[in-house]
Design a protein around this ligand. Structure first.
Ligand code: NZQ
Ligand code: ZN
Length: 390
């Protein structure tokens, strides 16, 4: 195991009625003038927004609102939010929605207190060490942004979809009431499930040895997802399954199962090009790219993929030919994603073969600047992986 530090001080209020704590939580973390940031209106239609506003009013906390965050959130609204917060002396950002709303809120929070262009953090990867405090009221189990120090934004100038990171971006609190995820349609629910499983897999495939505790945490989360996901796809109002998946989204991405080990974010990197070009849902893009990436890199460490197959997918170990076991695990993963309604190839996603060179160029990957931690990938590898997903 590698050395690490782990500090994840988000306060969580989880369960039915937890949204009633929002006012008290904003007060606890020093907010006096709040920007409520939200998306296309699902939080209004569900009645959640009324509850959030009532909770703020009960504590005499003043607020302004900025809605309109799109999935795969854009830079334009972030600039608008930064101007608004400065003009109105906002000191706390409250995101009510999914990963896109939360990421947009984080970008605004960083931008308000930064003298330069907020995009500097995304373009250069320099850590965000200063931001306004952010709180979240989550409405979809997926991105894990409610407990992560990350934000992913698409800049409209060139459609670059990039991430920024920094402890200042970790939410001060997150309110998670699984009841509000019941209004999600099956497809969007499955996209979230796929993203959660991807966040575990990106940590699981590592070159670091002797990481049994985090291996087992990863495998446990994946097995629980395999158990709970079909229940919720069958019955969108299954509260208990929704609750388990919602908490899985948090533990999959606040890095508790990724510490002390090398990680590999290639599938995300490959996916971000798809959502930047075609505006597909992040989870749907991952459903197509992850199994393709796995098939390509499997040869790098057959035993790790065989372990994944046996421990997560209950495959029998073929001791004479572990490659067969490894491949069977990937096939079962792909079949599982298909069973919950996810696309499995470019065609089903609406992506085009002729765009592959464009995506590889746009990613900026070169032999000198490869992607990947488990296996380094240059432009030829990336091209081959996209082709495996056709
Ligand atoms: O905008 P509204 O009207 O709220 O509708 C949203 C949106 O259309 C809808 N929705 C959300 N909650 C709902 C609901 N519809 C009905 N009932 C509800 N309760 O769902 C749609 C998708 O929402 P979005 O926020 O885009 O989903 P998600 O949470 O999957 O976020 C995806 C974004 O997160 C980024 C992705 O790249 C993508 O841009 N990621 C962020 C990460 C992070 N910050 O740590 C890590 C992830 O790897 C991911 O990259
Ligand atoms: Zn993701």
């Amino acid at each position: 195991m590698e050395n690490f530090t782990f500090y994840a001080p988000t306060y969580f209020a989880f369960g039915k009625g937890s949204e009633e704590n929002v006012g008290a939580l904003v007060e606890r973390f020093g907010g006096k003038k709040v920007l409520i940031h939200y998306g296309g209106g699902s939080a209004i239609r569900s009645g959640l927004m009324d509850k959030v506003i009532a909770s703020l009013k009960s504590r005499n906390i003043s607020y302004i609102e900025l809605g309109g965050v799109k999935p795969n959130p854009r830079s334009g609204l972030v600039y608008q939010g930064i101007d608004l917060c400065r003009k109105e002396n906002v000191d706390f950002i409250l995101a009510v929605g999914g990963g896109s709303v939360i990421d947009s809120a984080k970008a605004i929070a960083a931008g308000v207190v930064y003298e330069g262009d907020f995009w500097d953090y995304y373009k250069t990867g320099k850590p965000v060490d200063k931001a306004l405090p952010v709180g979240t009221v989550l409405t979809i189990a997926a991105a894990g942004s409610e407990g992560s120090p990350d934000s992913v934004i698409t800049h409209e100038d060139g459609m670059y979809k990039l991430g920024a990171s920094g402890e200042a971006l970790r939410p001060k609190f997150s309110v998670l009431n699984p009841e509000y995820t019941c209004s999600l349609p099956a497809y969007q629910t499955a996209c979230g499930i796929t993203d959660i499983m991807a966040h575990v897999c990106e940590r699981y495939f590592t070159n670091t040895k002797n990481v049994e505790i985090t291996d087992r945490l990863c495998e446990g989360i994946l097995k629980a997802m395999i158990e709970e996901s079909p229940k919720v796809i069958k019955n969108l109002h299954d509260y208990e399954a929704r609750a388990n998946i919602m908490w899985a989204g948090m533990v999959a991405h606040n890095n508790i199962c990724g510490v002390g080990r090398g990680q590999d974010w290639s599938s995300h990197c490959l996916e971000h090009e798809l959502s930047a070009l075609y505006d597909v849902a992040h989870g749907a893009g991952l459903a197509v790219m992850m199994p393709a990436w796995m098939k390509y890199v499997m040869k790098h460490d057959i035993n790790r993929f065989a372990q994944f197959a046996v421990r997560v997918w209950d495959c029998d170990m073929n001791f004479a030919n572990p490659e067969i076991t490894a491949e069977e695990g990937i096939n079962r993963f792909r079949a599982f994603l298909q069973s919950i309604g996810m696309p499995t190839n470019f065609k089903e996603l609406g992506a085009k073969e002729e765009d592959i060179p464009k995506m590889v160029r746009h990613m900026g990957v070169t032999n000198e600047n490869p992607i990947g931690g488990f296996m380094k990938l240059g432009p030829e590898d990336v091209t081959a992986i996209y082709r495996l997903a056709l």
